[in-house]
Design a protein around this ligand. Sequence first.
Ligand SMILES: NC(=O)c1ccc[n+]([C@@H]2O[C@H](COP(=O)([O-])OP(=O)(O)OC[C@H]3O[C@@H](n4cnc5c(N)ncnc54)[C@H](O)[C@@H]3O)[C@@H](O)[C@H]2O)c1
Ligand SMILES: [Zn+2]
Length: 686
Amino acid sequence: MTSPQSSPQGSSAAAELIARSNRLGSDPKNTNYAGGNTSAKGTETDPVTGEPVELLWVKGSGGDLGTLKESGLAVLRLDRMRALVGVYPGLEREDEMVAAFDYCLHGKGGAAPSIDTAMHGLVDAAHVDHLHPDSGIAIATAKDGQELTATIFGDQVVWVPWRRPGFQLGLDIAEIKEKNPQARGCILGGHGITAWGDTSAEAEEASLWIIDTAAAHIAEHSKAEPFGPPLEGYGALPAEERRARAAALGATIRGLASTDRAMVGHFTDADVVLDFLAASEHPRLAELGTSCPDHFLRTKVKPLVLDLPASATIEESIARLKELHVAYREDYQGYYDRNAVADSPAIRGADPLVVLVPGVGMFSYGKDKQTARVAGEFYVNAINVMRGAEGLSTYAPIDEAEKFRIEYWALEEAKLQRMPKPKPLAGRIALVTGAAGGIGKATATKLAAEGACVVVADLDLARAQAAAAEIGGSDVAVGVAADVSQESAVQAMVDAAVLAFGGVDLVVNNAGLSLSKSLLETTEADWDLQHNVMAKGSFLVSKAAARVLIDQGMGGDVIYISSKNSVFAGPNNIAYSATKADQAHQVRLLAAELGEHGVKVNGVNPDGVVAGSGIFASGWGANRAAVYGVEEKDLGKFYAQRTILKREVLPEHIANAVFVLCGPDMTHTTGLHVPVDAGVAAAFLR
Ligand SMILES: NC(=O)c1ccc[n+]([C@@H]2O[C@H](COP(=O)([O-])OP(=O)(O)OC[C@H]3O[C@@H](n4cnc5c(N)ncnc54)[C@H](O)[C@@H]3O)[C@@H](O)[C@H]2O)c1
Ligand SMILES: [Zn+2]
């Protein structure tokens, strides 16, 4: 008996399907991120009976076609899947069929079957693609989409009026395929396309043909200015200016978008966005909202659009954005109230997820960076769709009630409820200075592990980027170069954080360096260097970051990595310890000053962190070892023996303390210093 894995027919069908899906999904013209699904049917040997069994491999719920792997496929028995037609209770109860798919699974079934499984299983073709191409959706959302479909494709592509995805849509498409044997696929009104073929190559060809033919038709027949003539004063600002404005507005906008819950942001000033905002029809079109069912959960039904020209001042823009935000929330609440029924899920928050600023660009938001970025990508898809639809006809997305049925679909809600509990720092953005190594890197690593996005700042860009890359991809950590002793560099660093992740919540003043010299040996330059990097540097960072924290209105934390030496007095330490004492008092001063904005300011006093510390590696360690009469390699152990707990202090221990101070449990503590030194009685705080 052949096992399913070794069956040549079955495994080759799945392998072909993966290859085709990856090809289709990796070209953004074919489908939006994580949008669409593909399937193949084939025969394997049933391990129970030894008889052949017909199977359906279909992309499971979630996941992206471009990176689909075999583990992302649901595997169902075709006979049982098709037998569901006999028990289908009708449109009103079609959602129940999703649970019924579980009874059709082959073996362990692979990934969870998605809502589109019926379409793939019921259509009588060995290979089926369902995609969300901008060009196809442009036809699907054009007011006269049905006529356009006939004009563009003749009888090769059939128009299917809008219907929410589900079992009934699967039945509809199966019937269309049966009645139109010449057809290669269909345009799903308000939604996307479905194409099929007897072989994988035939399905792929049909998909690409529909996508490319629609795009070519739009290119050839579109009116010259689909978004209308230019709107005076709404054109793109020069690149540098719009980035500066985005940074200046970003914190306020993130604060508004986070009224219900903390959001991470994404910013783009791509031409496609700027061109849309520069044209006269953008207010009307933006108000009509997005259309493809994939979009609503990520973009909300419509964006917030600043209705001021690019020449408006920052103050005018902020004042207007605040008014528009109030109006947006009222409008969204109205949409919810108009459409919700008794068993609708509760409102999920009324803040916009996409905010458009003419001349500047688009801010998009999500619970994490990836979600925020994809929301922005989806709105770019929506702009492309609107351009195509308006170019040929009039953009006419599905109506509000249908949008609501998707956004607040019980099945979507169930998916959201199944999501793992967010990490403690999810939605928060950390900025750690001196984070390319030592305590700073350990801190950035810890904060990222607890769910924060982190900006890794250090003197050397390559080192900062390398540390960021070790922590995670660009959705988790980015490296920036900044000398904290230079005001302009500090501002650029904070701006970079706002542009990368939307703002800043957790600021860790960690950058530092240490010279161990006696009073008589300490030069003026030594003194200035230590004070410039630590006392002045952390002042500059706190100041630039505080503006963001205040604009956001979301509270936040400033944490100083001070030192045991801020309170302990010993020889050969005048410049370092004095500047550490300065930092320690900044903690108290800023705790007193920033409390009214909900910002907590605390410090950590480490001591004897030898392992991983650049400070120790670059001479300080050798010097200390000489002072204490031990070998440099034994310095960590030597320090441990001096402590009350006799434990060596590692960078991770400092990082853990930072997390506790800014994590969810320490909400009522400000102005505190936490010693992380394994117990040094001479540095006890009192
Ligand atoms: N290691 C310890 O035992 C210990 C004890 C008490 C306090 N601290 C403090 O902890 C912090 C981190 O120290 P570490 O031991 O990890 O040392 P480290 O040398 O490994 O890390 C310090 C980082 O700060 C960066 N830096 C230096 N000057 C900078 C500037 N002008 N702008 C931006 N970045 C700059 C360095 O490039 C380096 O990556 C320092 O403030 C230090 O004083 C360390
Ligand atoms: Zn779809």
